[in-house]
Design a protein around this ligand. Structure first.
Ligand code: ATP
Ligand code: MG
Length: 760
């Protein structure tokens, strides 16, 4: 075969080229952040196609997120200089397994139109099982059982193989309930997330002939972010690669951040044992970040033990040091970031102008996003949340989806339960129990049980008529899915209208109702991108990233976990405080495991930045409505000083490095002093504010929760205003409760947070 031109090879360094051109046999690329692992993996796909080694549908390529899969497809097309029609097996573990499982569902006693439960459905189902077993779910919450079962599934353990050492799980009921749960899922024709892989591993293990077919079919296997595979994923890959052994895995042990979800960094370290003779390629040149950023990241990660250890170097220009700034509280941090982003957009910070698309905010915990979202909405700064608090998790969206699910799969009992009395149809607990009983007695789905209950006159009164109508409607909508004259968007709208669901929110007088109606509209809009309802439902149950994009430039907000593999010219890393990052949980744990995973997360965060990395922390943060004071993250102490610039607060908002400086460790204090923070007007103002507000806590009591607003806001004799009782005067203070003599309502005890200072 005539060699075709391969310009994509010229873009690679020799080590990358070796990884790309070694097409046969196992290849492991183990290298640090930004060294071009993903780029080389993508080039390898192109090379396989270009050399005619494989057709697009013979390549199995696994990425960590759907977004990464989309990007890889796009890049392959671009490198190849032609559109690749279909790479059906390029996707996440889950999206690939769901496709395979639909083909072979009957081998694990499922029908091919099985439903994929989300975590909420999963917990409801488990709760039912727990309650039916008369277990005290206060002491043994169903959530705990969910965690245990997920863990077993991640380790590819089926109910009949739970190891004896795990027998005591969940008060010794864990193994039995796991088996019951799996049986119940089968009855419901449903799977949860963990099942997608578990079932496929089971099928491959039991059906060698079929495994053989797939082994021959997937001529080449490629896996990105291999350090974050769990045991089930690992087994699945090993089974598929066992024949030809053309498997190429890339990863970085320092970026293993999913241990809490069962990922085993050991998988990558064991690769050479599993695949003897593997070519191991190490990459050392980083093409992403400036030397300062790289040095800061290396400094932090060097605190971990048991690393493989890597040298990274770069030829990029020195650039700016990593910037560090402290703020009074979370809102000021958000405000500062907003202003900074606008300034950087204009290029008034002495750097080149950055477009919004070039900037990202990476948070440790998703609740941190709210402050940024609120702030950006206020100042009209366009942003997108990637993988965030998901649109699809909102109540009205879940209700609507339950209707769709029931139309597509009438035996989806969980969906039925969710909507049978939403909107209200006069079907209380008793009526629902009757339906459950009849369904059980007849061995049918709840929907069929409902039909029987109506027929047999088992449900009385208003409810009977309404339920009868729902049963008939669902059947009718089901038939309409095949109607060529109607788009699935129209069908969705019809379902929401005719079921009375839209009307329910139209008649709802709560302040959230208009927003919910907006969301429902948005949902119907989202359907446009899919061929039918089923395709859409599948997408939603799998999707991790929910980008709605109008094409304009936007700042990205996401969790550090979601940022893996991505890169941005400018990165903001807010909330570097002990208890938030590293998380309280990892700090409370005995041993270093949790803390080391947090440190890897810090490494992932810093190495996302190309040119500018800004780390910040707040001295006070409102957590679940209560103020809590905090200390700068211990990871800040681990940043090598030579590569960090401590920003002097602008004095504008009173924010500043010293904000949390009350009781900080000495190294930090020293750095703050060097930056002359203590003499700045911002610091002095902070100190006087600190004197007014009782926030200055010694280190040992830093986790004590105090309601700042409440305690300090009022003084005896002050004139105040209460929303319900009107004007009055403070006549007594007990903690956060105040005694107020109201002009109209008389003397009352009220909570301070419901009062405001009267300004007349
Ligand atoms: P991570 O560990 O964060 O996933 P990675 O090793 O996968 O990083 P890539 O994302 O593939 O790294 O590459 C990082 C950046 O370096 C990208 O912008 C990529 O285009 C660029 N790059 C990679 N290899 C080269 C090269 N040989 N020449 C020039 N640029 C390169
Ligand atoms: Mg990568």
């Amino acid at each position: 075969m005539q060699a075709r031109p391969a310009p994509y090879l010229d873009e690679l360094n020799p080590a990358q080229r070796q990884a790309v051109e070694t097409l046969d046999g196992p290849v492991l690329m183990l290298a640090g952040a930004g060294t071009g692992k993903t780029k080389a993996l993508t080039a390898r796909i192109v090379h396989l196609l270009n050399t005619g080694r494989a057709r697009p549908n013979e390549i199995l390529a696994v990425t960590f997120t759907n977004k990464a899969a989309r990007e890889m497809k796009m890049r392959v097309g671009r490198m190849l200089g032609e559109t690749v029609e279909g790479m059906p097996w390029l996707g996440t573990f889950h999206s690939i397994c769901v496709k395979l499982l639909r083909r072979h569902a009957e081998l694990v006693d499922l029908k091919s139109n099985f439903t994929i439960l989300d975590t909420d459905d999963q917990s409801r189902l488990l709760k039912q099982l727990v309650q039916a077993s008369k277990i005290d779910d206060k002491r043994w919450p169903a959530r705990m059982l969910a965690g245990i079962i997920d863990d077993w599934k991640n380790r590819a353990i089926t109910p009949d193989r739970v190891p004896a050492s795990d027998g005591g799980a969940y008060n010794h009921e864990g193994p039995r309930l796991y088996a019951e749960y799996q049986a119940r899922l089968r009855e419901l024709n449903a799977v949860d997330f963990g099942d997608l892989l578990l079932h496929m591993v089971t099928i491959f293990q039991r059906h060698e002939d079929m495994l053989g077919q797939y082994q021959r079919w997937f001529r080449y296997i490629l896996v990105d972010e291999y350090q974050d595979t769990n045991v089930a994923q690992y087994l699945w890959l090993r089974l598929l690669a066992a024949g030809h052994r053309n498997i190429c895995c890339v990863g970085d042990d320092d970026q293993s951040i999913y241990g809490w979800r069962g990922a085993e960094v050991g998988n990558i370290l064991r690769f050479e044992k599993d695949f003897p003779g593997a070519h191991v390629v190490r990459l050392e040149q980083n093409y992403r970040s400036t030397p300062h950023i790289l040095a800061a990241a290396s400094g932090v990660i060097s605190g971990n033990q048991g690393r493989l250890g890597k040298t990274l170097w770069t030829e990029t220009e020195e650039g700016e040091k990593v910037r560090l700034i402290g703020h009074w509280d979370g809102d000021e941090e958000a405000r500062w970031v907003g202003e900074e982003i606008e300034a950087m957009q204009r290029g008034t910070r002495g750097q080149r102008p950055f477009s919004l698309d070039e900037m990202a905010i990476l948070v440790r915990a998703s609740h941190q996003m709210r402050a940024f979202e609120d702030r950006f909405l206020t100042i009209g700064l366009p942003y997108r949340v990637i993988g965030g608090p998901r649109f699809y998790e909102r109540m009205e969206i879940r209700d609507a989806m339950a209707y769709f699910r029931l139309v597509v799969s009438p035996s989806d009992d969980l969906a039925f339960e969710r909507i049978v009395n939403t909107p209200k149809r006069g079907l209380g607990d008793k009526a629902q129990q009757t339906i459950q009983r009849i369904a059980r007695e007849n061995g049918v789905s709840l929907l069929d049980g409902a039909a029987l209950a109506v027929e047999q006159g088992e449900i009385k009164g208003k409810g009977a008529g309404e339920l009868g109508r729902l049963v008939v409607d669902l059947a009718r909508w089901g038939r309409m899915t095949g109607d060529a004259d109607m788009t699935h968007m129209e069908l969705a709208e019809t379902i929401l209208d005719e079921s009375g669901y839209t009307a329910m929110w139209q008649n709802d007088k709560t302040p959230e109702a208009p927003g919910r109606l907006e969301n429902l509209k948005e949902l119907v809009k989202a359907l446009e991108n899919f061929e039918n309802l089923q395709g859409f439902l599948e997408h939603v149950s799998l999707v991790m990233d929910n980008e709605t994009d109008d094409g304009g430039a936007k700042v990205s907000i996401m969790t550090l976990h979601a940022a893996k593999g991505l890169e941005f010219p400018a990165v903001f890393l807010p909330g570097w405080e002990d208890g938030l990052f590293p998380s309280q949980r990892s700090m409370d744990e005995s041993g270093l495991k949790g803390l080391e995973e947090e440190r890897r997360l810090a490494y992932v965060g810093i190495t996302r930045a190309e040119e500018l990395c800004t780390i910040s922390f707040a001295g006070n943060r409102r957590v679940f409505g209560q103020w809590q004071s905090s200390l700068p993250s211990r990871f800040i102490d681990e940043l090598p000083e030579a590569h960090v610039d401590v920003l002097t607060p602008p004095g504008l908002y009173g924010g500043g490095y010293g904000a949390a400086g009350m009781g900080v460790s000495s190294g930090l204090e020293q750095r703050a002093t060097e930056a002359n923070v203590y003499n700045s007007p911002g610091w002095r103002r902070l100190q006087s504010r600190a004197a007014e507000r009782p926030v200055s806590q010694p280190r040992e009591s830093r986790n004590q929760v105090i309601d700042l607003d409440a305690v300090s806001a009022f003084t005896l004799g002050e004139r105040v205003f209460h929303q319900k009782f009107g004007y009055g005067e403070v006549i007594g203070i007990e903690g956060d409760k105040l005694e107020v003599g109201f002009e109209k309502a008389g003397t009352k005890k009220v909570l301070a947070r419901f009062l405001s200072a009267s300004d007349d």
